[in-house]
Design a protein around this ligand. Structure first.
Ligand SMILES: [Mg+2]
Length: 139
């Protein structure tokens, strides 16, 4: 039984990002892992966890990848890797003192300017074969 972390279930609807960041920080602090959690090591761990997440989708058809949503065992394994990725994102943000809400908001504002709804709705860009104005000789 783990006593350091509350057994009370958390949900996105009732948990703030700040609370999750604190949970990760306390886990690391309790183990005195700060010396090992350099930004370099954290970003490498993040990439490794992202690769572990990708492993679950490797070689699947798009349809098979969609089926993970309804396969409880596979969905649980994917969720576990997704949690690993997010934990390392938060550990890195904690270490670099980056406010994730502020940077995500700024990034979404930048993306909204880069990809205006009226121009990109339903298309991924000029490479999209359905892109308006594209001629049949282009590829
Ligand atoms: Mg993992």
């Amino acid at each position: 039984m783990c006593h350091e972390i509350s057994q009370q279930p958390l949900t996105d609807a009732t948990t703030s990002l700040s609370q999750l960041r604190q949970l990760v920080a306390e886990f690391i602090r309790a183990r005195a892992w700060e010396p090992f959690h350099t930004p370099k090591n954290l970003v490498m761990a993040l990439a490794i966890e992202a690769a572990e997440l990708m492993e679950h989708f490797q070689w699947l058809t798009p349809e098979q990848a969609e089926e993970i949503k309804t396969d409880q065992a596979k969905r649980s394994e994917v969720a576990d890797e997704l949690a690993d990725v997010l934990c390392y994102v938060m550990a890195l943000a904690n270490r670099l003192e980056i406010d994730l809400s502020a940077v995500v908001h700024a990034k979404m504002l930048k993306n909204a300017r880069k990809y205006p709804v009226e121009q990109f709705r339903g298309y991924f860009g000029p490479e999209d074969p359905r892109w308006p104005g594209r001629t049949s000789t282009e590829h």
